[in-house]
Design a protein around this ligand. Structure first.
Ligand code: NAP
Length: 305
């Protein structure tokens, strides 16, 4: 265990922020942790949880911090950086955990003062729960943390990027660097579109007049319930993701709709080979995900029923 920062400050302490606070302490990656959340209820709960020093004023929270982590919804990043910027100390590093990168860079970059550094990032880890109680120290273990560094010509910038990477490695993540635009397209495929499909299927099933809601709930184990888990994710977070990754999502969604129409045609015309080939390809992808350590091979994800 190596202490990477003397003090970190976390702005927005829900699932991700509380997990970083817990992990930073458990893996001793930071000497001390300051916490600020805009919600009074969250701050009260954080004092009870005792996972860091809780501040009622965002500027007091960051004043002594070497690393400031913005862990608020994507649409709140601009307000969050504006609230802390005047109090950032010389050499402070600001990072974020937003699920979208180009829009967050646009929202944050201009407000970071010239004596500080901004190293954008996104942990590919999460659950469908939110709020301070949802956080746990091992959330990032074995998961990717993608850094999307800026084109910042200052000689110290590379060192700031390296320190942020070292912090995430220390709390269990694998660290990768990517261009922000590329990140947004990749995430549209592996995360944003799957969530959109889950939200849509669950809402559609609730709307279908030919089945009652009680039947949907009763027989949900046959595939539907895995969609309900994804669709239980925080509506504020996901609204902000789609509003801020519009182009990439629309591009991927266009391709998805075309392919879905082709599947529809294959079903209509009884083209078994077309269906089989596609399902077989999809099944192989599942094996690759397991081999890459990104999921368990246990039947039904290790559930007992
Ligand atoms: P969360 O559990 O809802 O926590 C966010 C917290 O930030 C809430 O307590 C919220 O308070 C607070 N907040 C909102 N605006 C604020 C502001 N201006 N200043 C200070 N606090 C503020 O959300 P989360 O799941 O941790 O997500 C946080 C970020 O991580 C998002 O950008 C999301 O895209 C990203 N992310 C999420 C996941 C995931 O699976 N959940 C995974 C990777 C990355 P209120 O509730 O009162 O608004």
């Amino acid at each position: 265990m190596t202490q990477v920062f003397d003090r970190i400050a976390i702005i927005g302490v829900g699932l991700i922020g509380a997990s970083i606070a817990r992990a930073a302490r458990e893996f001793a990656a930071a000497g001390a942790v300051s916490l600020y959340d805009a919600s009074d209820a969250a701050r009260t709960r954080l004092r009870e949880l005792a996972i860091g020093d809780v501040f009622d004023d965002p500027q007091a929270a960051v004043a002594d911090a070497d690393l400031v982590v913005l862990a608020v919804p994507v649409g709140a990043m601009n307000g969050a950086i504006a609230a802390v910027a005047p109090a950032l100390k010389p050499g402070a590093i600001v990072t974020d955990v937003g699920s979208v990168k180009a829009a967050v860079i646009d929202a944050v970059r201009a407000s970071v003062p010239p004596h500080a550094f901004f190293v954008p990032g996104h942990p590919l880890a999460g659950t469908e729960h939110s709020g301070p109680d949802a956080g746990f120290a091992t959330l990032f273990k074995g998961r990717w943390h993608v850094l999307t560094p800026l084109d910042d010509p200052r000689p110290d910038y590379a060192e700031a990027v390296a320190k942020v990477g070292a912090f995430w490695l220390e709390i269990g993540a694998n660290v990768e660097q990517m261009d922000a635009a590329r990140h947004d397209v990749v995430l549209a495929v592996v995360s944003h579109l799957p969530h959109l499909i889950a939200f849509n299927i669950v809402a559609m099933a609730e709307d279908l007049e030919s089945v009652t809601e009680s039947e949907v709930v009763k027989y949900s184990a046959s595939g539907f319930r895995d969609f309900t888990r994804i669709a239980a994710s925080d509506p504020t977070m996901w609204r902000d993701v789609f509003l801020n990754n519009r182009e990439a999502v629309l591009e991927v969604l266009g391709r998805f709709s075309e392919d879905l129409a082709a599947l529809q045609r294959a079903i209509r015309w009884g083209e078994g080979d077309t269906l089989y080939d596609l399902f077989d390809r999809a099944r192989r992808m599942r094996r690759e995900v397991i081999e890459a350590g990104q999921d368990t091979a246990a039947p039904n994800w290790g559930r007992e029923n």
